[in-house]
Design a protein around this ligand. Sequence first.
Ligand SMILES: CC(C)(COP(=O)(O)OP(=O)(O)OC[C@H]1O[C@@H](n2cnc3c(N)ncnc32)[C@H](O)[C@@H]1OP(=O)(O)O)[C@@H](O)C(=O)NCCC(=O)NCCS
Length: 184
Amino acid sequence: MSVAGHAVVMPKGHIPGTRAVLVSLREITSETVRQITRLSVSPEQQRFVASNAISLAEALFSPNAWYRAIYAGESPAGFVMLYDESLRTPPPPNPQAALWRFMVDTQFQGQGVGTAALEQVIAHVRSKGLFSSLLVSYVPAPGCPEKFYLRAGFRHTGRVDGGEVVLELSLNANAPLTSSTLLR
Ligand SMILES: CC(C)(COP(=O)(O)OP(=O)(O)OC[C@H]1O[C@@H](n2cnc3c(N)ncnc32)[C@H](O)[C@@H]1OP(=O)(O)O)[C@@H](O)C(=O)NCCC(=O)NCCS
């Protein structure tokens, strides 16, 4: 389901007739940055993603960083950061894009927020018309997000980078995620 370009998810245990939640990507401001740095994953998941404070600090020093907060309704629910080589000055002839950081706070996980946010990130990357694919890599360990990405259309590349398994989403052939994937 989509409303004005934003994905809508039904909260877990959704009761028909009750309100759906709009998932959106928003710029982080001086008013919201503390809320975003307070978002966290479970202790077991901390090996898969840096804290948002670290990611934002790295973004300060990287010309390739594009980042947004993920909101579920009006609640800050997660964080996403792209490694986007087209942001360099000047950009390389064949820039690459990769999902650098992606997290949904523990209390919002398992409700479709991650899938809806990923759909919007993919739409953003696709809309730039500069990339043939979007890369992501994950630490291969119990509880890793491999299935989450495979379900979103990413495929194994056979590459391992710094111990992380590299997946790729082709932006040429396949249609983006459909709204039906959001409502399971
Ligand atoms: C991966 C993550 C962003 C997914 O966000 P989310 O909001 O929980 O995702 P969704 O609710 O849209 O989940 C979609 C499906 O993927 C599954 N899924 C989500 N995370 C998963 C994981 N780590 N392993 C296996 N399946 C996972 C969900 O169970 C769900 O399937 P279901 O509907 O059959 O239950 C979130 O779990 C997270 O922040 N994990 C910790 C940090 C992390 O691993 N980030 C990625 C770094 S590369």
